[in-house]
Design a protein around this ligand. Structure first.
Ligand SMILES: NC(=O)c1ccc[n+]([C@@H]2O[C@H](COP(=O)([O-])OP(=O)(O)OC[C@H]3O[C@@H](n4cnc5c(N)ncnc54)[C@H](OP(=O)(O)O)[C@@H]3O)[C@@H](O)[C@H]2O)c1
Length: 291
């Protein structure tokens, strides 16, 4: 299939690579040219100077950029993808963004005869590199049926949840789960250490019981050794939690713990941790002063 991929960041670079390895024609665009140059040096494909040039002639255009504004810019902006996309083509957005922007872009795409799916991902950098992402999708079932076989190039789970926006709403559910989980794990590890327990032994036994989680299995060790120069940045997590908090103001859902964790993450940012993995929340607890 003739495809295009816009946004070759931590996630997009390997995802676009999986498309090329699966045998698709891939035309890539990245704002910072050096990343696109590195991509074409590593994978077979073509580099384009603008989103529009990448999207021209593609049957399916994928994007994975930062936030709502970035997404509007690469779709609707001057040199944006939408204006160049062919009638009947499909835009699949892997950015974590708001449900509102997904609905608005789907309408704009529809006006041009272009399909739109919101398809945020979970699984982090490792999931993108290993082609093991979980993809939650919102949109028309017929469009989903076209995109699903292509997305298997980098996925281990793909689910159509409902109409446009449902993928983003599902990602919000995911991030709400993570916010509470990570704060609880931070508090538990800090409590255990301050109690003088052998944390390795503690984790060895409780990770076999009801407190087990992906977070405990994959992040407890790095939290214990105070290692945070990897993973999912505090800035990104705050972006995601604020999307969820904003949606909750509309749907009336209470998110008291999420709101609190967001404020803790703001305190981590103030301590210079904008790019640290968000498990660095534990650093607030290790200080003698409260956040
Ligand atoms: N990293 C993770 O573990 C993870 C996991 C799940 C979901 N996500 C989500 O996936 C998305 C991408 O994350 P990432 O980690 O790949 O981020 P990233 O490494 O910062 O990459 C973001 C990409 O978007 C491009 N971009 C940003 N603003 C743009 C604009 N206005 N115009 C054109 N291009 C623009 C960047 O271009 P430049 O190269 O020029 O900066 C870069 O290619 C985010 O929505 C994030 O929340 C990330």
């Amino acid at each position: 299939m003739r495809t295009a991929f816009i946004g070759l960041g931590v996630m997009g670079f390997p995802m676009a690579g999986h498309l090329a390895r699966a045998g698709h024609e891939v035309s890539v665009y990245n704002r910072t040219r050096a990343k696109a140059e590195a991509w074409v040096a590593k994978f077979s494909g073509r580099q384009a100077d603008t989103p529009a040039k990448a999207a021209a002639g593609a049957e399916m255009v994928f994007a994975c950029v930062g936030n709502d504004d970035d997404l509007r810019s690469v779709t609707l902006g001057e040199e944006g993808a939408f204006a160049a996309m062919a009638d009947g083509s499909l835009f699949v957005d892997h950015t974590t963004a708001s449900a509102q922007v997904a609905r608005a872009l789907a309408d704009r795409a529809h006006d041009r005869g272009v399909g739109f799916l919101d398809a945020p991902v979970s699984g982090g950098q490792a999931g993108a590199e290993n082609g093991q992402l979980a993809i939650m999708v919102g949109g028309d079932p017929a469009l989903f049926a076209r995109a699903e076989p292509v997305m298997w190039a980098y996925a281990k789970a793909i689910t159509l949840i409902g109409p446009v926006g449902s993928g983003q709403l599902t990602k919000m559910v995911n991030q709400i789960c993570l916010a509470g989980l990570i704060q609880a794990l931070a508090e538990a590890l800090n409590f255990g250490a301050r109690s003088g327990l052998d944390t390795e032994k503690v984790l060895g036994v409780i990770s076999k019981g009801a407190a087990q989680s992906w977070m405990m299995d994959n992040r407890a060790q790095t939290m214990l050794v105070d290692e945070f120069d990897f993973g999912f940045a505090v800035d990104w997590m705050r972006k995601d939690l604020n999307i969820a908090l904003d949606e909750a103001r509309r749907n009336g859902a209470g998110l008291p713990v999420t709101a609190l964790v967001d404020q803790f993450l703001a305190a981590v940012q103030q301590r210079g941790g904008r790019r640290w993995d968000y498990t660095s929340l534990i650093r607030l607890l290790r200080q003698t002063v409260s956040p």
